[in-house]
Ligand binder design. Structure first.
Ligand code: FDA
Length: 309
């Protein structure tokens, strides 16, 4: 109910100025974002590894129309991957990449630049001993992102993709990607999408999520079940058992700072659990999306703002 007003508020420059003046270490920011530097991200991956959780690290920033900015994002990933390898954490942490952050939206050259940049990150990930998963953005980019995945997989077949259950097309995409060697992260979907492409009703989205899970769990690939929803997790566990899956051939994923106790419980019960860890200076948009998903955090957030003054 509060989701739309909060997202409108998030676009206000004054609110943005006030919030970004908060140090990243302040309560509400630190709860969802690991910090601003690669060192912070590596430290978060280390803490997670200590209690058996894996990580996928995301350098925050999306939608760039500036080739230099795209290049800076690639450099940030290359630095991160080097530091992960040096810290001996590459077995526990991979990276998640948004193609719009590495040039996908650049006029005319977007496809070429983003594929080449993604290839550089995939190569560095392989050298470090880990993998890349391509995040999925709004529906206007789905075809392009899947085409890039296909291209990357020719040289880096370990590259993973995200599918969003709320899109009408996704059950078919799951079938197409449920093959051996394929890694698919299934999430509900985070963007505001029109009725002709996406289910609007949350029960319809949940039903679609279950249909997609059935396809992925019955298939030959490696399903990555990305949700905080206890019902979806129970259903995923039942489907995994039905299809004779073991913890090494599928995994659960949640966002940093959300349902941490459940993350630890799943890891302690022997499941493969991976936490999506965002870091970087561009944390504002990410933070506001997380708050909009869970308006009960609003009081905590407002209290943090007031205590800044
Ligand atoms: P939903 O928001 O419907 O919540 C269902 C239930 O989960 C709630 O009723 C509650 O029980 C529990 N829950 C949810 N949030 C909670 C909280 N903060 N505290 C306690 N309980 C909570 N999206 C996208 O479009 N592209 C992408 O690439 C990705 N990538 C991605 C990676 C990973 C690892 C995750 C976990 C998610 C994404 N997403 C994403 C985001 C995703 O699409 C979605 O917006 C959020 O995960 C929220 O959806 P849920 O499945 O958690 O259920």
């Amino acid at each position: 109910m509060l989701r739309q007003p909060l997202l409108v508020l998030a676009r206000s420059e004054r609110v943005k100025e006030l919030v970004t003046r908060m140090p990243v270490s302040s309560g509400i920011v630190a709860r969802y974002v690991a910090g601003e530097s690669a060192a912070h991200a590596v430290a978060a991956a280390r803490r997670l590894a200590e209690d058996g959780r894996n990580a996928t690290l995301d350098f925050l920033g999306e939608d760039t129309l500036d080739e230099k900015q795209a290049e800076a994002t690639v450099t940030a990933y290359l630095t991160l991957l080097e530091q992960l390898a040096e810290a001996g954490l590459a077995r526990h942490a991979e990276v998640s990449v948004k193609l719009s952050a590495i040039g996908q939206a650049l006029p005319e050259v977007g496809r070429k630049v983003s594929v080449e940049n993604a290839r550089r990150i995939c190569r560095a990930a392989r050298n470090a001993g880990t993998t890349v998963t391509l995040d999925m953005e709004d529906h206007t980019t789905t075809d392009e992102t899947l085409a890039t995945l296909h291209e990357l997989r020719k040289d880096f077949p370990e590259t993973g993709a995200v599918l969003q259950a709320y899109l009408h097309r996704t059950e078919a995409d799951c079938r197409a990607l449920a093959h051996e060697g394929s890694r698919v992260r299934l999430c509900k979907g985070a963007y505001r999408e029109p009725e002709d492409v996406a289910f609007q009703d949350r029960h319809e989205v949940d039903k679609a999520y279950v249909r997609c899970l059935k396809v992925l769990m019955a298939g030959q690939g490696y399903p990555m079940v990305a949700t905080h929803d206890p019902r979806m997790i129970r259903i995923a566990e039942a489907l995994a058992t039905r299809h004779g899956r073991t913890p090494g051939d599928h995994e659960y994923q949640m966002l940093y700072g959300i349902r941490t106790d459940e993350q630890k419980r799943l890891a302690a019960a022997g499941h493969t659990m991976r936490v999506y860890v965002p870091y970087g200076q561009e944390w504002y948009g990410y933070l506001m999306r997380r708050l909009a998903e869970r308006p009960s955090n609003l009081t905590f957030f407002l209290r943090s703002l007031v205590s800044q003054k």
